[in-house]
Ligand binder design. Structure first.
Ligand code: HEC
Ligand code: HEC
Length: 320
């Protein structure tokens, strides 16, 4: 009887050790993601995903418009021309937005085109100026097509086009998910990591309120070059991602004055670029934030494990 008990306890201990090691390792590894998530990160900022320097100057198609006055690397991002809601000029980047280009969305494609036909849009077969094949390899083009074919979500019915507020969503469930997963790095108030957008320091609450489509895209598919967990890998449903957004919109904001810019209204520039803070101090803060986030999580697991070992020793002692 005693031996059985000992065996049972020993097995449990080994299992717990395995779990804590696995959890710590998983939380410390860079995100992997499937083809759809990698494709989504390429859509976000392909040069960051691939770790290459963006091309010089503006994208050649930029000449066809004059309303969006950004220049340089941003003009090469799929998201800058086609939108975080994937609707191009028909969505949040419509007339009135400082991001307005008049360029089409990519959403309708999902049903219409095959993956190969999408790839043909990306290798310049249909428009030689829309040729990304010299900039990334075939696998990346395939991952982009996989994302466009299988990853796009239409959230427009869920987000008010003018106030950009989540229309519904279970904030209590959102809070539960947020505090279980996101708070480790972003802090319970969303301010631990300083996010920088077009020169403005932001917390997660600002991003959620000002650019909910970007918030959804990045919380579903991750941010290139970071260890952030990917909602898609966590198995989050569309409803769960809406719950987290609705809750994140209630978080305190760093920039209360920067009101959301709705499509078609006289709008302010909606900050766009994610990326680490460019000033050294902010960068160090972000680094420290991530470090202590990860460190805190590891510490939690180790403490839990030590407590568990203590309990085992206590039980074994009692047996004697
Ligand atoms: C500088 C702006 C710009 C960038 C950057 C850009 N596109 Fe486009 N895209 C366009 C324009 C304009 C069209 C319209 C057709 C054309 O000229 O090729 C288009 C068309 C498309 C189409 C066909 C859409 C349709 O409804 O026919 C797809 C798919 C597409 N782009 C995907 C992407 C992806 C993926 C990326 C990122 C690798 C990207 N685009 C980057 C401007 C851009
Ligand atoms: C392991 C740490 C970590 C965790 C956990 C984490 N994030 Fe992040 N997150 C980051 C980092 C690092 C960045 C990029 C910061 C930067 O751009 O400087 C980021 C950026 C973001 C952005 C992009 C902000 C922008 O400016 O566009 C969003 C949205 C986001 N996180 C949402 C979430 C959500 C939702 C969760 C919970 C599911 C979460 N994060 C959990 C580390 C984390």
């Amino acid at each position: 009887m005693r031996n059985t008990m000992r065996f049972f306890v020993a097995t449990l201990a080994v299992f717990a050790l395995f779990l804590s090691v696995a959890a710590v390792t998983a939380s410390g590894l860079p995100q992997s993601g499937d083809d759809v998530s990698v494709g989504a990160q390429l859509y976000d900022k392909w040069y960051a995903q691939l770790g290459v320097t963006p091309p010089q100057g503006n994208h050649p198609l930029w000449e066809r418009q004059s309303t969006n006055t950004r220049s340089g690397p941003d003009t090469w991002r799929c998201a800058e021309c086609h939108g975080w809601d994937y609707q191009g000029a028909a969505g949040a980047y419509g007339t009135g937005s400082s991001h307005y280009t008049g360029f089409p969305g990519v959403f309708v494609l999902a049903d219409r085109l095959s993956e190969q036909e999408i790839i043909d849009h990306l290798n310049g077969k249909l428009d030689p100026l829309h040729d990304f094949s010299g900039l990334m390899d075939e696998q990346s083009l395939r991952q982009l097509a996989a994302f466009l074919k299988n990853g796009l979500v239409d959230d427009s019915a869920f987000i008010d086009p003018v106030s950009l507020k989540a229309i519904s969503g279970d904030t209590a469930n959102g809070q539960r998910l947020y505090e279980a997963v996101c708070a480790a790095c972003h802090g319970v108030d969303g301010q631990t990591l300083v996010l920088r957008s077009e020169g403005i320091d932001e917390g997660l609450g600002d991003v959620a309120s000002r650019d909910p489509y970007r918030f959804l895209h990045r919380s579903r598919f991750g941010v290139a070059g970071t260890v952030m967990p990917i909602g898609r890998d966590l198995g989050w449903s569309v409803a769960e991602s809406h719950d987290v957004l609705a809750y994140a919109q209630t978080l305190p904001r760093r920039n209360e004055q920067s009101v959301p810019s709705g499509a078609g209204t006289g709008s302010q520039p909606a900050p766009q670029v994610g990326g680490p803070p460019s000033d050294v101090f902010g960068g160090i803060l972000t680094g420290l934030g991530v470090f202590f986030g990860m460190f805190g999580m590891s510490l939690l697991f180790i403490l839990g494990f030590v407590a568990f070992l203590g309990a085992i020793v206590f039980i074994l002692r009692k047996q004697k």
